[in-house]
Design a protein around this ligand. Structure first.
Ligand code: SF4
Length: 496
C-alpha cells in the first residue's frame, strides 16, 4: 500500500492508525506523487488554498475527509492529533470498524490519565476526552481507570531517591519462536555461562556502590530464564545481590522461574531458603501441540506438576504468563488454557497478546497473524474469566502489531499487587539494571533517561567500566536537583 504524505507533515501517528486498521506495510511517498490509479492507497495533505487538512483512503471504495485548520503549525501536537483523528475517521468510515483503543497508539494508556490530571482536568472530563478525542471505547476507558485506581496509591508513594533493581539472565533451555529478547539456548552456549556470571557479579557489586544511600523498593531477576542456571549458580548470584544491596527481608524479591522444565525440588528449596518472595511460572499455553510448535521443551502437565510443587514448598505469590494468539491457536484453545490455569489458581496471571518482532524466528519467517476478526471478542472472554476468578487488572501496556488490537495486561488477586511490575510500567521510578540487554532507567522529576547494556554476551563482557561511568553520571544529575524548588541547582540541558 502507498501512503502519500504532505512533505510538511510528520506521518508517524497517521501511519500507526492505518497499520492498526489495515495491518499493511506502507511505502511512504511525498504527496506530489499522488496517483489515484494506485489501487489501495491513503493520502494526507494540507490544502493551502482552502486551509483544509485532507485525508483520502482508496480501497475499492473511497473515503475522503476534510477539516478546516487555519494557520496550521505543522509541527504542533494539536495539528498532529488532528491528522490522526481525521485519518481514523476516514478509515472507520471505509471499513465500518472501530478500534477499541481508537487513536491511542502509546504504550501506557494510564499515563494519559496522569498527564490530563496534571493539566487540571477531573476524571469525568478525562473519561469523556478519552472517548471523544482519542476514540477509546467505553470498555477500555473503564479498564484504564480501573488500573489507575490500583496503581495510583503505589505510584504516589514513590520517592525520588527510591529505586528497583533488575538483574538479567540471558539463558534459556531452548529459544521460543516468538522470542525477541537477548537470550541464548544454554546447551549451545555453555562456555559463556561462567564468564557471564563472573561479569554480572562484578556489575551487581559496582551498581550497589553507585546506589549507596538510595532506598531499594524491589528486586527482580528476569531474563531469559534465571532458573536455566543451576541451583548453585543462581544461589551464588542471589547472595551477591543480597549482600551488595543489603536487601532487607521485607523487600519484594522476584525470580522469573519461567520455564517449567527448569524447575524442580532443589531449585524451589534454594529459592525459598534465599528469601525469594515471588516466582513466575510461565506456561504461555496449555496446549501441548502449540508448545512443540513454538519451540518449548516441556509439556502442559509439567506446568501443573511444578506449580503444585511450588505451592507445597510454600510459595505464596506465583504469577503465570500466557500468550493470546500463538501460531496455530484459536480462541477456543486460549479458552481451554484459561480454564486449566484457573484450576491452579495462581496469584497473578499476566496475559500478553502475540506481537511479532523482527528479531524473533517468527519475524524472520515473516509470520502474519490470523485475520483480525478471528480474535475479535477475545477480550470479553479474558476479562470475563478474570472477573469470575476474582482477579483485577493492575497494569497494562500496549504494543504495535499485536493480535486482536489488544493490550498486555497483568491480573492479580486484589491483595497481591506486584510492586516491581507496577513501578516498571509506570516510568515513575528509577531502575538499576544489570546484565545483558538490561536497560537502566533514570527517572528525574522532569524527564527520563535510559542507559542500555549491550545485547550480546561477548560485547557485554567488555567495557563494564565505561558503562558504569555513564550510569554514575546519570545519578549525579539527581544531586543537582533541588526537591523543594523542583529545579536543577546546576543548570544543564535537561532543565531548559
Ligand atoms: S523462555 Fe522467554 S526469554 Fe526464553 S526463549 Fe522463551 S520467550 Fe525468550
Amino acid at each position: 500500500m502507498k501512503l502519500f504524505v504532505d512533505s510538511r507533515m510528520v506521518s508517524q501517528g497517521v501511519y500507526e492508525v492505518l497499520r492498526a486498521f489495515f495491518r499493511e506495510e506502507f511505502d511512504i511517498e511525498k504527496i506530489e506523487a499522488l496517483n489515484r490509479d494506485q489501487g489501495f492507497f491513503a493520502a494526507i495533505w494540507h490544502d493551502d488554498e482552502s486551509d483544509e487538512l485532507c485525508v483520502e483512503i482508496d480501497r475499492k471504495e473511497r473515503a475522503c475527509l476534510r477539516l478546516v485548520v487555519t494557520d496550521p503549525d505543522f509541527e504542533s501536537r494539536e495539528y498532529k492529533l488532528k491528522q490522526r483523528q481525521l485519518m481514523y475517521q476516514a478509515a472507520r468510515k471505509l471499513t465500518g470498524r472501530e478500534l477499541p483503543w481508537g487513536i491511542l497508539t502509546g504504550i501506557r494508556p494510564t499515563k494519559i490519565i496522569a498527564q490530563e490530571r496534571a493539566k487540571g482536568r477531573g476524571d469525568k472530563e478525562i473519561a469523556e476526552r478519552l472517548q471523544s478525542v482519542f476514540f477509546v471505547s467505553q470498555e477500555k476507558t473503564d479498564l484504564v481507570f480501573l488500573v489507575d485506581e490500583i496503581e495510583k496509591p503505589i505510584l504516589d508513594a514513590v520517592q525520588l531517591d527510591s529505586y528497583s533493581l533488575y538483574v538479567g539472565i540471558p539463558f534459556c533451555p531452548t529459544r521460543c519462536s516468538y522470542c525477541s529478547f537477548p537470550s541464548y539456548a544454554r546447551n549451545k552456549h555453555e562456555d559463556w555461562v561462567a564468564p557471564y556470571l563472573e561479569k554480572l557479579h562484578e556489575e551487581v557489586k559496582e551498581t550497589a556502590r553507585l546506589y549507596q544511600g538510595w532506598k531499594l523498593s524491589s528486586v527482580y531477576i528476569g531474563g531469559g530464564t534465571p532458573t536455566a542456571l543451576k541451583a548453585d549458580e543462581l544461589r551464588a548470584l542471589i547472595r551477591v545481590i543480597r549482600k551488595a544491596f543489603s536487601v532487607q527481608e521485607s523487600v519484594e524479591f522476584t525470580v522469573e522461574a519461567g520455564r517449567p522444565d527448569t524447575l524442580n525440588e532443589e531449585m524451589f528449596d534454594m529459592l525459598k531458603a534465599e528469601g525469594v518472595t515471588r516466582i513466575s511460572i510461565n506456561p504461555q499455553t496449555m496446549k501441548d501441540e502449540t508448545l512443540v510448535r513454538i519451540g518449548r521443551s516441556h509439556k502442559s502437565e509439567e506446568v501443573v506438576e511444578v506449580f503444585r510443587l511450588a505451592r507445597e514448598k510454600g510459595f505464596e505469590e506465583i504469577n503465570m504468563d500466557l500468550i493470546v494468539g500463538l501460531p496455530g491457536e484459536t480462541p477456543l484453545d486460549f479458552k481451554q488454557t484459561l480454564k486449566s490455569i484457573g484450576e491452579l489458581s495462581p496469584d497473578q496471571v499476566t496475559v500478553h497478546s502475540l506481537a511479532v518482532k523482527r528479531a524473533s524466528s517468527l519475524g524472520e519467517r515473516d509470520y502474519r497473524h490470523k485475520e483480525e476478526q478471528v480474535w475479535e471478542g477475545i477480550d470479553q472472554l479474558l476479562y470475563g474469566f478474570a472477573e469470575e476468578a476474582g482477579y483485577v487488572p493492575y497494569y497494562l501496556y500496549r504494543q504495535k502489531n499485536i493480535v486482536g488490537n489488544m493490550e498486555n495486561v497483568g491480573f492479580t488477586r486484589p491483595n497481591r499487587v506486584n510492586l516491581y511490575n507496577t513501578l516498571i510500567m509506570s516510568d515513575r521510578q528509577t531502575i538499576a539494571a544489570c546484565g545483558v540487554g538490561a536497560v537502566s532507567k533514570f527517572v528525574y522529576p522532569d524527564h527520563i533517561e535510559r542507559v542500555g547494556n549491550p545485547k550480546s554476551i561477548p560485547t557485554y563482557l567488555e567495557g563494564l567500566h565505561r558503562r558504569m561511568e555513564k550510569k554514575a553520571n546519570c545519578l549525579t544529575k539527581f544531586q543537582e536537583y533541588d526537591i523543594n524548588t523542583e529545579k536543577y541547582i546546576v543548570g544543564n540541558e535537561e532543565d531548559e
